[in-house]
Write a protein that binds this ligand. Structure first.
Ligand code: AMP
Ligand code: ZN
Length: 437
């Protein structure tokens, strides 16, 4: 494979040098953090009075964790480390798990962030000859402007199409010869269904790549998108607390997401004991931002579940790779006492060829018991009037799910296009159980 590097010196830096660079940047980040009301109190409380108290990477452990709760408590300016007139932009998290949190950027922060996104895009083999349609929400959400800037930095022609309106998306793709798109995986599946419905032929578009992220998805979903649309799909991970996209991204090997360790320090911890775990073990990802001045955030508990690969990547980059994020510590469902992650259900349904591109998990209360209902769209080639075939499919899904999660679900089959589609992050779970029971 012909690998291309945006900054090969940094991307292939020997680990020892990379870690020395992290220590240097961590010292600066601590000094910067001490200028915020929140960290002044938090860090001095932990005996850290200046960046010089950090001597090695293991000194990171002296720094207390920061949580989403802390960020909300610090609203609006508890985490701001520079005079307000130096701030040039703010973004806010999409609030999937509650009230939004706000992140401020100065001009240098935006420049650095853009560099990381450009590095990700270029590392998948894109260049200035590409036409990039950014099919994601613009606005406070970082995925819009983040990818937009990164795309321009690479020199691609960027079409700021935003999300939704598939008819217009197809038109843009045909008119301008789009070769690369960015979208949520659920929107990409929707695009594929709509393409069939609207009679858009694959030959009329030049698409060859997609960046898919902002929400968890399984390897089977990736493969499904790749096969249906005949494109390469690269996993993109980021969060607004760490700028947005550009934190970790797949290279052309598509085996794990390189975390850019010159910009972020990653740790995996046990979410119960809060003890760091060795590479290879799954736990909660904790991130420290080394590349933003205006809003320093140290040891942020992302609540995302992942682990680090322990082997080297064939691309030659030295930055460690994260496994596909399977879910969040807080999206775990407890169904009649059994812990279930929505990603386990996705893994089962998306692996089946007869299943269409959308599904929904519904939870209800039946007497004292929880009832799990999995609503699944059937593929376009399955006829809704063939009841024998439908019953067999239902039974197959039910049995496979039960084997996977030990719970016996009710399976409902729906026509292609019948289940709700979200333009932003997909809402896959509808929990209708009364909250206080
Ligand atoms: P936001 O701050 O609104 O951009 O949301 C960030 C969150 O989206 C992350 O903490 C993850 O839970 C989720 N997320 C983003 N990218 C991915 C991805 N590639 N795979 C799984 N989850 C993702
Ligand atoms: Zn690689």
């Amino acid at each position: 494979m012909n690998f291309q590097y945006w900054n090969s010196e940094i991307e292939k830096m020997p680990r020892q040098d990379l870690e020395a660079l992290q220590v240097k940047k961590l010292k600066a980040a601590v000094d910067q953090a001490l200028k915020t009301p929140f960290y002044k109190e938090r860090l001095t409380g932990a005996g850290i009075k200046s960046g010089d108290d950090i001597k090695t990477l293991s000194d990171l452990r002296k720094i207390p964790y920061t949580t989403k709760h802390d960020l909300r408590d610090g609203f609006p300016y508890g985490f701001l480390s520079i005079p307000k007139e130096e701030v040039v932009r703010l973004h806010a998290s999409s609030g999937t798990t509650g009230a939004p949190t706000t992140i401020y950027f100065n001009a240098g922060d935006i420049k650095r962030w853009t560099g990381y996104v450009a590095r990700c895009i270029y590392g998948t083999g894109c260049n200035k000859t590409d036409v990039f349609q950014n099919m994601i929400t613009y606005g406070l959400f970082t995925g819009g402007l983040g990818f937009h800037q990164g795309g321009e930095e690479v020199g691609m022609l960027v079409i700021p199409s935003g999300s939704g309106n598939t008819t217009r998306q197809f038109r843009l793709m045909q008119d301008f010869g789009t070769t690369v798109v960015h979208a949520t995986p659920s929107f990409l599946l929707h695009v594929e269904s709509k393409m069939k419905e609207e009679g858009v032929s694959r030959d009329s578009i030049k698409l060859r790549k997609a960046f898919a992220g902002a929400e968890p998805y399984s390897e089977d979903t990736r493969r499904r998108i790749e096969e249906l649309l005949k494109i390469d799909v690269y996993n993109s991970y980021g969060l607004s607390e760490m700028n947005g996209p550009g934190v970790a991204f797949e290279c052309q090997c598509k085996s794990g997401l390189h975390l850019w360790e010159d910009g972020y320090i990653g740790e995996i911890i046990d979410p119960d004991t809060l003890e760091p775990l060795p590479d290879g073990q799954t736990g909660e990802l904790v991130l420290t931002c080394l590349c933003r001045e205006a809003t320093p955030i140290l040891r942020y508990r992302t609540r995302d579940l992942s682990s680090f690969y322990t082997d080297a990547c064939a691309c030659g980059r030295t930055h460690r790779r994260l496994r596909r994020i399977t879910g969040r510590t807080d999206d775990m469902l407890i169904i009649n006492g059994v812990n279930v992650f929505p990603s386990q259900i996705e893994e089962v349904v998306m692996a089946m060829k007869e299943v269409g591109n959308n599904y929904l998990i519904v939870l209800e209360k039946e007497g004292v018991l929880d009832r799990l209902i999995v609503k699944v769209e059937v593929g376009a080639n399955v006829f809704m009037d063939d009841s024998r075939l439908l019953n067999a499919l239902k039974e197959k899904i039910r049995k496979t799910l039960q084997a996977m999660i030990t719970i016996n679900p009710k399976v409902e089959l729906h026509e292609s296009g019948a289940l709700p589609v979200s333009e932003g992050k997909a809402k896959r779970v509808q929990d209708n159980r009364p909250k206080d029971v």
